[in-house]
Ligand binder design. Structure first.
Ligand code: PLP
Length: 491
């Protein structure tokens, strides 16, 4: 069932390409550059194509079905994005070309900055960071630089709710901040009493995810922002869940001073495999001067005869550069296309449908699974994957059993504050039929858990490999089997 490695498929003497006779004199490689031994697989083109096509069929992808990974916003990636990103005028640019020759690309970047400013309610945007996590790092470094510029060197404490994504404490610690965890209250909001205790002159800021990773709108956001600002701190907004808010609420209006966007979540650019991530950062007016360099701006106003000239500028108190060149340009083209294809009303409709889909699914599942925070959800919700009467079944077993029904499991065991968490985010791109199918499968699995729990414990049953021994995979790492296979071949 499993696909052999290329090395194992290798047959001595087989070739994929034949080079033409050289039309220059042959020269020997210097002896010290020659390798005694370089085992490489020998394969034809068709061997290689079939190998990778078979591998690709083992993989689940967003073009095949629903991908309900909570917090990840795995929405469908429209194919028009790929068309625009592949236009030769965008795809064949070199980052060191003179700006006069890349005005179209610069206008696209400028307009994307402007659109993200408008969507988020910010005064400035950098497109540089390569992921949400790098956007967080950028944001926390901006917060640090801001306090430093005011002589507030003692402000090194960052408050982070216990429901937060792991990247929040990680990026804060990397920025030299001291991380203090804040509990959630009974409704899943940031606990204001706990927050108040830390609002002193060592406070650098609060990192808040809204809607939070429980899928709930944090009802305390305005009061939290007031407390933090009153104490001289800044509000970092984790914008990973912006898919619930577009066109409805602007984080800048809620008191967020700095926030990252995840283009690969909210704005439909691919996650992983299809391309790199991109995590632009938006800031309020008082932080614009600290943005990483360069920012795209109009550097020469136009007049009746000449178009304005776009170029790169360096903010006066910049934290420096956080990414080589200007960031993931191909992702900017895709996100720009997505925003232009939808327009302002369309983006609002995206968020409304994302929230509606999640609540529809929740209303179907809430009688079959325990819902720890019983509120109307935003674009995702968190269930408990365990029942008191069948304690041997866990969230992991439910996730594995879903694969037997051809579904990708949801995020599980996150957020950490929910016991046996199953975090489900359908996104707006799923139809009612697809949501119904998903709900029916999860309801069936809840029944099976009670009547045939062993079916869940032994799942998945239809995948090439079942449950892997993760400890063994780490402790007994085998990296050389391919070379061994080649060397075992008769010469
Ligand atoms: C995805 C996510 C991040 C990190 O973003 P990456 O682009 O994966 O680096 C941070 N916070 C939350 C809440 C997220 O869902």
């Amino acid at each position: 069932m499993t696909e052999p490695l290329l090395c194992e498929l290798s047959a001595p003497g087989r070739r994929g390409v034949r080079f033409p006779q050289p039309d220059v004199p042959l020269a020997e490689l210097p002896r010290n550059l020659r390798r005694e031994r370089l085992p490489m697989p020998e394969l034809s083109e068709v061997d290689v194509v079939r190998h990778f096509t078979r591998l690709s069929k083992l993989n689940y992808c967003i073009d095949e079905g629903m991908y309900p990974l909570g917090s990840c916003t795995m929405k469908y990636n429209p194919k028009i994005n790929e068309e625009t990103a592949r236009l030769p005028g965008f795809a064949n640019l070199h980052p060191l070309q003179p700006i006069e020759t890349v005005q179209g690309a610069l206008i696209l970047m400028y307009e994307l900055q402007e659109m993200l400013k408008e969507i988020g309610g910010f005064a400035g945007v950098t497109l540089q960071p390569a992921a949400g996590a790098q956007g967080e790092l950028t944001g926390v470094l901006i917060i640090r630089a801001y306090h430093k510029s005011r002589g507030d060197l003692q402000r090194t404490k960052i408050l982070i709710p216990d429901s937060a994504h792991g990247t929040n404490p990680a990026t804060s610690a990397m920025s030299g901040m001291q991380v203090v965890e804040i509990p959630s209250d009974a409704r899943g909001n940031v606990d204001l009493n706990a927050l108040r205790q830390h609002c002193d002159n060592t406070l650098a800021g609060l990192m808040l995810t809204n809607p939070n990773t429980l899928g709930l709108f944090d009802e305390n956001v305005l009061e939290a922002a007031r407390l933090v600002h009153e104490a001289g701190g800044l509000m970092y907004g984790d914008g990973a869940n912006l898919n619930a808010l577009m066109g409805i609420v602007r984080p800048g209006d809620l008191g967020i001073d700095v926030m990252h966007f995840n283009l690969h979540k909210t704005f439909s650019t691919p996650h992983g495999g299809g391309g790199p991530g991109s995590g632009p950062v938006g800031v309020a007016a008082h932080l614009v001067d600290f943005l990483p360099a360069p920012i795209v701006d109009i550097i020469e106003e136009g007049d009746e005869e000449t178009a304005p000239l776009y170029g790169f500028v360096t903010p006066s108190k910049t934290i420096g550069k956080v990414k080589s060149f200007m960031g993931q340009f191909g992702m900017m083209v895709r996100a720009y296309t997505y925003i232009r294809m939808h327009g302002p009303d369309g983006l609002r409709a995206v968020s409304e449908a994302a929230v509606l889909n999640a609540n529809y699914l929740l209303s179907k599942l809430r009688h079959h699974y325990h819902l720890p925070y019983d509120r109307i959800c935003m674009h995702e919700f968190v269930l408990e994957g365990v029942w008191p009467d069948v304690p041997e079944v866990h969230a992991l077993d439910i996730a594995k059993r879903m694969m037997d029904y051809g579904l990708h499991p949801p995020t599980n065991y996150f957020p950490l504050i929910v016991h046996e968490a199953l975090m489900i985010e359908p996104t707006e791109t799923e139809s009612k039929q697809s949501l119904d199918n998903f709900a029916n499968v999860l309801i069936k699995i809840a029944e099976e858990a009670h009547t045939q729990p062993e079916l869940l414990k032994s799942a998945p049953h239809i995948t090439p490999v079942g449950r892997l021994d993760e400890v063994k995979a780490a402790k007994e790492l085998v990296l050389c089997c391919g070379v061994d296979a080649l060397e075992a071949q008769p010469a």
